[in-house]
Design a protein around this ligand. Structure first.
Ligand code: G4P
Ligand code: NA
Ligand code: NA
Length: 190
């Protein structure tokens, strides 16, 4: 998606540790118009997959997932991050390890919101090591729902997530694919 790549080059900054900071249009301040265009693009890409629900993880995934859900005319579900203390009988739960923060967090979706005939599209803002997506794939398995695809706004193609999803056999569409962030410079795939 050229508009997105242009925006990353204009407004993204590369931090030490191969982190792309995009908090002026995606991760803190949100460019609502751009999110709408991103949602329209995901809806176009996955229009023939019979998607019944868009699924993401709070919080940064919600903006692009919501606009996708609007364009597809289906509900959005965001998995919640929580510490497993209270009753979890009514939840589908998976553990997600964050390499950047070096902590594991549980993510959960209430059983009422995923039913066996659902066909879900997973949307997230970033794909790095793929732990968040893997957690959602686990939840989909627990809920016995079909995953029709994964849509990512910004993929760091040099990290493990891309290969992990490819191996799982699920269709992956990333709107911007970053080959490298070396020398504080964004280089796209192709
Ligand atoms: P992953 O395995 O799910 O791909 O992510 P990883 O543990 O590597 O990264 C942890 C968090 O950092 C994730 O957000 C992920 O989206 C985000 N992240 C990874 N690489 C980058 C990057 O280069 N730039 C930015 N801006 N974010 C990155 P999270 O903490 O789970 O979600 P949220 O609380 O922000 O919604
Ligand atoms: Na994030
Ligand atoms: Na995210």
């Amino acid at each position: 998606m050229d508009l997105l790549k242009k925006r990353i080059l204009e407004d993204g900054t590369v931090l030490p540790g191969n982190v792309l900071k995009v908090d002026n249009f995606l991760n803190h301040q949100v460019d609502a118009k751009l999110m709408d265009q991103i949602g329209a693009e995901f809806a176009r890409l996955f229009k023939d997959e019979g998607v019944t629900k868009v699924v993401t993880v709070e919080s940064s995934g919600i903006a692009p997932a919501l606009t996708t859900a609007i364009h597809m005319g289906v509900p959005l579900i965001f998995a919640r991050k929580h510490k497993s203390l209270t009753l979890t009988d009514n939840l589908y739960t998976a553990s997600v390890y964050s390499y950047t923060k070096q902590v594991s967090n549980d993510i959960s979706i209430d059983k009422r919101f995923l039913k066996p005939n659902d066909r879900i599209l997973i949307i997230d803002d970033f794909l790095a090591n793929g732990q968040a997506v893997q957690g959602l794939l686990e939840i989909a398995k627990l809920a016995n729902v079909k995953v029709e695809g994964v849509g990512i706004v910004i993929e760091k193609s040099f990290q493990k997530g891309h290969t992990m999803i490819e191996k799982s056999g699920v269709r992956l569409e990333s709107l911007a694919r970053i080959a490298s962030l070396d020398n504080q410079k964004v280089t796209f795939v192709d």
